[in-house]
Design a protein around this ligand. Structure first.
Ligand code: UDP
Ligand code: MG
Length: 315
């Protein structure tokens, strides 16, 4: 029988938290009247996460695992999990560190059954450092104000999505993936559900600042035209300022006479506008880079091994 619900969990160096995760998920599955499958994705872990999840899926057929060939990052690992999920009705996406309580599954499923294609979790409180909290708060508000779709505030990937949403996500070929944005872009009926985000239950965050920035960049450059419009506006602005300045100097020369002064102003203008030009080039470069990576048409990730129904499938 095809499972009704899949739980997809990307894992990168999560061997510390894994036993706890499995215990809580087992409890949940055993208590649920639904047929549930769990898709564990190993995103090139350097600890023994991969061995642990292989063991698990060889002994328990409710678990399947996807081992990726290297670390591709959270969004791609998640995409690999979504592609492997077989549930007929809905797919739940959670983090491996138990910050997202899997116990919300029945609540999400009810909301899904009421006709919502996406049930996304909205964080009421975050139990994280002040700097991270403030940065996240600001980022989501900036992104919302400049984006051409209405990406919900304070919601991450933690969600339950319908089969048809996942089918569309699997078909979207974009290489730089920002799944919470892609999910919003698809449409249908989407609803938020507020919850308190827990602390990570073991280990440290696997999102380095570099990875976090990459994610934020993907959000901004893939779901907003703002950076390009900004260049145009900066251009218009500097042309206007220089024209006003020109007129001012011509009047000054003919009314008061004398040679215009202002070596400092000149230097300032040169430096300022070199900066503006470099910034503009950088912004265009971001888009060119994205085009460059996209046209290569490489597969998004490479699967090294899969275990489904206790059977090993090497790729
Ligand atoms: N993760 C991943 N690949 C990565 C980084 C993270 O699969 O390169 C997974 C990680 O194991 C976890 C989830 O993505 O299940 C969220 O990461 P984390 O909890 O470290 O992020 P944070 O909550 O600190 O933003
Ligand atoms: Mg976390």
């Amino acid at each position: 029988m095809v499972p009704q619900v899949s739980i997809v969990i990307p894992l990168y160096n999560e061997s510390e938290v894994l036993p706890q995760l499995v215990e809580r998920i087992n409890k949940l599955i055993n208590a649920s009247p639904l047929k549930i499958e769990v898709v564990l994705v190993d995103d090139g872990s350097k600890d023994n996460t991969a061995e642990q999840i292989q063991q698990l899926s060889l002994t328990d057929d409710r678990y399947q695992c996807v081992i990726l060939a290297r670390n591709y990052g959270h969004q791609l690992a998640l995409s690999a999990g979504l592609a492997a999920a077989t549930a007929s009705e809905a797919i739940m996406i959670i983090d491996g560190d138990l910050q997202d309580p899997p116990e919300l599954l029945p609540v999400f499923y009810d909301l899904y059954k009421q006709g919502n294609d996406v049930v996304y979790a909205v964080r009421k409180k975050r139990k994280e450092g002040a700097l991270k909290r403030i940065s996240y708060h600001l980022f989501y508000r900036i992104l919302r104000s400049i984006s051409y779709i209405e990406i919900p505030l304070d919601s991450g990937d933690f969600s339950m999505v319908s089969r048809r949403i996942v089918d569309v996500l699997n078909q979207m070929p974009e290489e730089s993936r920002y799944i919470r944005g892609m999910r919003t872009w698809i449409g249908f009926k989407q609803i938020g559900y507020e919850y308190d985000r827990d602390e990570r239950q073991a280990g440290d965050s696997k999102y380095s600042f570099k990875k976090l920035f990459k994610l934020a960049y993907n959000g901004i450059f893939n779901f907003s035209e703002f950076p390009v419009k900004l260049i145009t506006n900066l251009g218009f602005f500097s042309i206007s300022v220089s024209l006003v300045y020109l007129v001012y100097n011509i009047i000054k020369k003919y009314v008061y006479g004398g040679v215009p002064q202002g070596f400092t102003a000149l230097l300032f203008a040169i430096i300022l506008f070199s900066g503006v030009q470099l910034l503009s080039l950088g912004i265009i470069g971001e888009y060119v880079l994205r085009i460059f990576f996209q046209v290569k048409g490489r597969p998004l990730y490479i699967v090294k091994k899969r275990i489904v129904n206790k059977e090993i499938k090497d790729q």
